[in-house]
Design a binder for this molecule. Structure first.
Ligand code: DC
Length: 256
């Protein structure tokens, strides 16, 4: 008996004609340090499973862009009375749209596609402290949770497995050596036309690691039931295969 049929019987999952593709929707949470390839894997999984992909970091980046455009500083924002901060947040509407050319979801801030501008190093330098402000996190987390009600979603970020989707069927925690991460980020930024040095990228990564792991509100940490994926020496195909295998195993285990 083929393995896929075996899975259908044991887990009650429906499986596509393509061997091993599970169509019963689950939630996949991918967390980890910055520049560990989370979004690359998340996008590949979403494509393979025909799931929705949400880049939660893009949401914090969009808030940061809005803040800059409003000529507001992070320190000011952090000290505003709650009422003012809530009013500021009321002016921010974040949605996602599919780019018809790439088939990938892109972030939209108040009706404007800002997918490219939020990748600027200016935003990268400020986004960690912005994302550490509790009122901002609460807003974003509520929005992120709302995306998961229908399941069939892959979301990547820092607190997805711990706070946004603590019941996710699959939680991955991605990591890679610092120099590998810096090189990847440098190449990515160069490719997108941003002029940066490796030193600047290294510093930005180190600063963000520190802020993300030390903030009071839902800091980056590995959920106890997350599976660690160190991809320092893995290519994208290997990572996708690793995750797909876990999805198959989870499908069987979940229904038992
Ligand atoms: O994934 P990214 O590098 O685009 O994320 C940008 C910043 O947003 C990152 O420094 C930490 C923050 N972030 C967060 O606090 N929680 C998330 N779920 C996603 C991102």
């Amino acid at each position: 008996m083929p393995e896929t049929i075996h899975l259908v019987r044991r887990a009650g999952f429906t499986i596509n004609d393509t061997p091993g593709v599970i169509t019963s929707p689950i939630v996949i949470a991918i967390d980890g340090f910055s520049s560990c390839g989370k979004s690359t894997l998340a996008k590949a999984l979403a494509k393979k499973l025909n799931y929705r992909y949400i880049d939660s970091g893009a949401m914090y980046r969009a808030v940061t862009l809005f803040m800059l455009e409003e000529n507001t500083k992070v320190d000011q924002l952090a000290e505003w009375p709650e009422k003012d901060l809530e009013q500021f947040l009321d002016k921010i509407h974040i949605t996602f749209e599919i780019n018809p050319l790439t088939g990938l979801s892109e972030v939209v801030l108040n009706g404007r596609n800002v997918e490219k501008s939020i990748r600027d190093l200016r935003i990268s330098d400020l986004v960690s402290p912005v994302s550490a402000i509790p009122a901002i996190r609460h807003r974003m987390v509520d929005l992120q949770k709302s995306y998961g009600t229908q399941k069939g979603i892959v979301m990547d970020g820092r607190d997805i497995g711990t706070t946004v989707f603590p019941d996710a069927e699959l939680k991955l925690f991605m990591t890679a050596r610092k120099e590998v991460r810096a090189k990847r980020r440098f190449d990515e930024l160069n490719e997108k036309g941003f002029m940066v040095t490796v030193d600047e990228v290294m510093k930005n990564i180190a600063d963000r690691d520190h802020t993300d792991t030390h903030r009071k509100e839902s800091p980056l940490r590995q959920s106890e039931d997350a599976i660690v994926l160190d991809n320092s020496n893995m290519n994208q195909v290997e990572q996708l295969a690793f995750a797909m295998e876990l999805i198959r195993q989870r499908a069987t285990i979940t229904a038992e």
